[in-house]
Ligand binder design. Sequence first.
Ligand code: AHG
Ligand code: MN
Ligand code: MN
Length: 337
Amino acid sequence: MRQVTVTEHLLLHQKESPMATGRFTSMLNELILAAKIISREVNKAGLVDVLGLTGEVNVQGEAVRKLDDYANDILIYRMERAGVLCAIASEENADVIEIPENMPQGDYILIFDPLDGSSNIDANVNVGTIFSIYRRKSNCKCGATLADVLQKGADQVAAGYFLYGTSTMMVYSTGRGVHGFTMDPSVGEFLLSHPDIKTPGTGKIYSVNEAYWIYWDEATREAVSYFKSTDNSRGKPYSQRYIGSLVADFHRNLLYGGIFLYPADMQDPKKPRGKLRLMCEANPLAFLIEQAGGKATDGEIDILQIEPSELHQRVPLFIGSRNDVDKVMEIYRKHKK
Ligand code: AHG
Ligand code: MN
Ligand code: MN
């Protein structure tokens, strides 16, 4: 077998990087193992009793699915034992998860969305796990606090996702390009399949839940109209694609070029700042898209420059091909005047 495995890639590709330490590699390996276990369960969903709701509602006010819970538990269980983390934060947990005192600690912080797109799971549609990694800034040997976790996206040291699709993929970046690996189930390894992914400067796809048109402000309507019209830089309408799993919509647009939009819903009091979460969804994907030559904004400023004030803060998100995101920003600026 001459293909490059993800561990080998990490060691070779990041040779001069501080990320090439054994500690960072062992953290990623632990994360990979957790994702393999989640992938196995997702694959047999429908055969065993893992579909449907748990009956609980999470901190976001959303119904928790059994697989959300399963993925969250596996990730927390494995990662708190990895010996390299000082804190974990999950979409499914209200507060920062401290590493138990009897476990070895490190100075990395891991934030994740254990199962993104989980409302699609019962219909066998792609879902994924999104992760974001920071380093603790304070030197204290005590447990990490919320203040340690609330860093801006530009400070991420690595980010990525696992996509449980027709095949299981891992896409990650440590700030040296974006690299994609496809799981070979016969050997149980992620093998390099998409080295140094670059997203096209202008895309041909727009992805948005257009049913919320009624809630949008004029700027958002004009931006979406731009992608639908013949009066755009392509001279023809973009294609519309929307899976409803951010990670899957993002992955397709990353490879083909395009823009994903989840604007603020101005008239829906439940979503005045959009739906997607800054720390566990927008930041990691923004880190990846910038590494791939694209861009991510909330309409005004770069996602990676937003100083978070809350763990579960939501943010409008426009992410994808650079020229398409710039166009949205231009339209927003015009409407602000
Ligand atoms: P999650 O399953 O982690 O709660 O995330 C769901 C998100 C995201 O994956 C997707 O882009 C978005 O919800 C879809 O929302 P709408 O149904 O409002 O379009
Ligand atoms: Mn999600
Ligand atoms: Mn989720």
